[in-house]
Design a binder for this molecule. Structure first.
Ligand code: IVH
Length: 681
């Protein structure tokens, strides 16, 4: 293609794609099918690959990320990033209102907004183009995180309409609850500490080096403010609407109220309604609407006097710390957990709460015999927020972190670069061994559902299994009659023993696992940082266990999702002689150590570019359906969003899912229709 023709086509595609993105993300009103949209995007990706010199900085292909920032530079803010004064009571708000009115000739109208609980960001647009995104930092300088912020779909890359030549837009980067839960589930699966809350997760995500990783974190941008010379409109409310015209999403909630009573109504309403929001807020923000009045009220060095944050009170109680348990996880990481004197809080009785790690305990300065404040905010899980110093006993000693494993007694070590302390005795420490066995038999791994936590306990206690390979040497004779003493609810003891049927079930479950595909075997090994998705990518890339085991770090890191740290962990696993012996035995037992013929080849690209939610019961196992989706080029996603191409519904699909799909206008496809799509009818 001629360069000029390519240039024209690229310009046209960018215009079209930006227009559709705007309809979709800003107006919730798509005017094109996902399929047609994906075709446009793919054409643009291909054209840019053929003509890299024509790639524009506002190209929507930037959203998928790819740029890697090794060190974030810092930049000075054009205008200092101030914070807001906080209040927790209506009286304080009354005081704020009185002060404001004293300074003004006319009583002000206020704008009430939500106080988003995320990370403040400043976006600089020059001639409509997003040129820089900077974190708050110390208020005068922050970190430049532009490549990462470009991946957030609700941040416009290019403004539209009559925008000014230079504008700074401020807002909050947040992580919706659904993305937060998914991220933490993935982290726990690969043995990484979960984020404590969506704010930390958003902040951690913004500082990732690889922007394509950020693109997967499901971040969102919430607009609240703009600055610049001679911007249009003379009040805050209308200016935010103007920003909407230029390409930003309108705030989901923003109300103009005439007086203090209006403010009170707004905050009472949202103190309750916030529980229904899909993202976290920690209060509301009240702003004088008129800019001239804002100027008259003025600002202190730290914060404007024309705005104030009202923070919701989280439910909070103080209760006594009875003791601390130190739990050992599958990867050896030690998690301290507080046993608390039972106390009722926002509808449930709280007896235990995590103390996260040694750093957390030290920062809180938790002492023996302390009472602790436990809070339940928007989040469901109670968290320890502070020590109740008034109840501290004189001379109370700090609660020591254990130096030796609470189970096996081995001296603990500090994990490199993380806030984790771990037990290095991975081969002989019971919870680690049992944890690995439980991971191995899990549904997403080898799926041996005739074994469970209780049975693994029994096998381990009787010395029958010490590692995953031992499962494949179990015999009928060893299992039959195996006993376990259990205590029922009334404290009476009962003896359970394995009968013929149980034993047959266990053995046939283990036998069947020999057919589990290679990628799941790789996941089941429990290599640190290798989750389900990474295992799949490794399997697709290397095709055999030997190839993974022998791959140099440089080749491992060419696989998507595999960074230096993951590669190191894989290499360490395959360099360990005990692991090699286990692998040898698993190979001899007949487990799948390579991709099957049919798996190595994609079946078709009938579903290329489609995100599909599979829900309900089908004529074949759901995992088989999911495999079909992938083999035909589609992508399985777990929850329905605007980005879902269609929902593949079996029998008994949940009514909630159906409602959501219908509300978002997402097609619901039957198993039969699906089979026709992939040419299997
Ligand atoms: S207005 C001059 N509006 O809360 C400050 N801030 O300390 C203008 N925040 O740093 C800020 N939601 O990160 C404003 N609707 C909202 C907000 C909001 C969250 C954050 C912001 C700021 C902090 C206040």
């Amino acid at each position: 293609m001629e360069v000029q023709t390519a240039q024209d086509r690229i310009d046209h595609l960018i215009r079209e794609i930006n227009r559709h993105n705007y309809q979709y993300y800003m107006l919730d009103n798509p005017t094109i099918s996902d399929y047609d949209f994906d075709q446009l995007l793919q054409e643009l990706i291909d054209l840019e690959a053929a003509h890299p010199e024509l790639k524009r900085p506002d190209s929507p292909t930037q959203r998928v990320g790819g740029e890697v920032t090794k060190r974030f530079e810092s930049a000075a803010h054009l205008y200092p990033m101030q914070s807001l004064g906080n209040t927790y009571s209506q009286e304080d708000l009354g005081e704020f209102d009185r002060r404001v009115r004293e300074l003004l000739a006319e009583p002000p109208a206020y704008v009430c907004e939500l106080k988003y609980d995320g990370v403040a960001i400043s976006l600089i647009y020059e001639n409509g183009l997003l040129v820089r995104a900077v974190t708050r930092g110390d208020g005068t300088r922050g970190d430049v995180v532009t490549a990462n912020v470009r991946t957030i779909p609700t941040v416009p890359l290019q403004l539209q309409g009559d925008y000014p030549p230079l504008i700074e837009v401020r807002g909050e980067i947040i992580m919706p609850f659904s993305s937060f839960e998914q991220l933490n589930a993935e982290r726990e699966e690969i043995g990484e500490a979960p984020f404590a809350n969506p704010r930390n997760a958003a902040s951690g995500s913004l500082k990732l080096q690889d922007s394509s990783e950020v693109a997967k974190r499901g971040l969102d941008f919430k607009l609240y403010f703009a600055l610049g010379e001679q911007l249009p409109e003379n009040n805050h409310f209308d200016r935010l609407l103007k920003l909407h015209e230029w390409g930003f999403r309108k705030p989901d909630v923003m109300e103009k109220v005439a007086d203090l009573q209006g403010v009170y109504d707004f905050l009472h309403n949202w103190d309750e309604k916030r529980k229904t929001l899909p993202y976290p807020i920690d209060g509301v923000v009240i702003k004088v609407n008129d800019f001239e009045q804002q100027r008259q009220v003025g600002a202190t060095a730290k914060s404007p006097r024309w705005a104030i944050a009202y923070k919701f009170k989280a439910d909070r109680v103080s209760t006594k710390l009875l003791s601390v348990d130190f739990q050992v996880g599958r990867t050896g990481i030690i998690t301290p957990v507080a046993n608390l004197s039972p106390v009722s809080l926002a509808g449930t009785v709280v007896k235990r709460a995590t103390l996260n790690n040694a750093d957390f305990m030290a920062e809180m300065d938790i002492r023996e015999g302390d009472s602790l404040f436990v809070e339940k905010g928007g989040e469901i899980i109670p968290k320890i927020v502070a020590v109740d110093y008034e109840k501290r006993l004189p001379d109370a000693r700090p609660v020591p972190f254990i130096t030796h494993c609470s189970v096996c007694g081995t001296e603990l070590q500090q994990a490199e670069g993380e806030a984790g302390i771990f037990c290095p005795n991975s081969d002989h420490c019971a919870p680690q061994i049992k944890g690995r066995l439980e991971h191995f038999i899990a549904r997403k791994a080898m799926n041996i559902d005739s074994l469970g936590e209780g049975k693994i306990d029994m096998l381990y206690a009787n010395g029958l299994v010490k590692n995953i390979a031992d499962l494949y040497s179990l015999t009928y004779e060893q299992l039959f009659g195996l006993e376990k003493v259990i205590e029922d609810e009334e404290g009476k003891t009962k003896t359970l023993s394995f009968r013929e049927k149980t034993v047959q079930n266990i053995l046939s479950g283990i036998e069947a696992s020999k057919q589990v595909p290679f990628e799941r075997v790789l996941f089941a090994l429990g290599i640190r940082f290798v989750g389900e998705v990474t295992a799949k990518k490794l399997a697709r890339h290397f095709k055999t266990m030997d190839a993974v085991a022998n791959a140099p770090i440089e080749e491992l890191t060419t696989v998507e999702d595999v960074g230096e740290r993951v590669a190191q962990s894989i290499t360490a696993y395959f360099n360990d002689t005990d692991n090699l012996e286990i692998l040898m035995r698993l190979r001899e037992a007949g487990l799948q150590f390579e991709l099957s013929q049919s798996q190595s080849q994609p079946a078709s690209d009938a579903l290329a570019g489609k995100s599909i939610v599979v829900s309900g019961v089908f004529t074949v196992p759901r995992d088989t359906i999911k495999e079909l989706v992938e083999r035909h080029g589609g992508k399985n996603v777990s929850s329905i969003s605007k980005n879902t191409s269609f929902v593949l519904a079996g029998e008994k699909m949940g009514p909630e899912k159906r409602k959501k799909a219908e509300a978002l206008g997402i097609p619901i496809i039957s198993e039969e229709e699906f089979k026709a799509m992939i040419g299997e009818n």
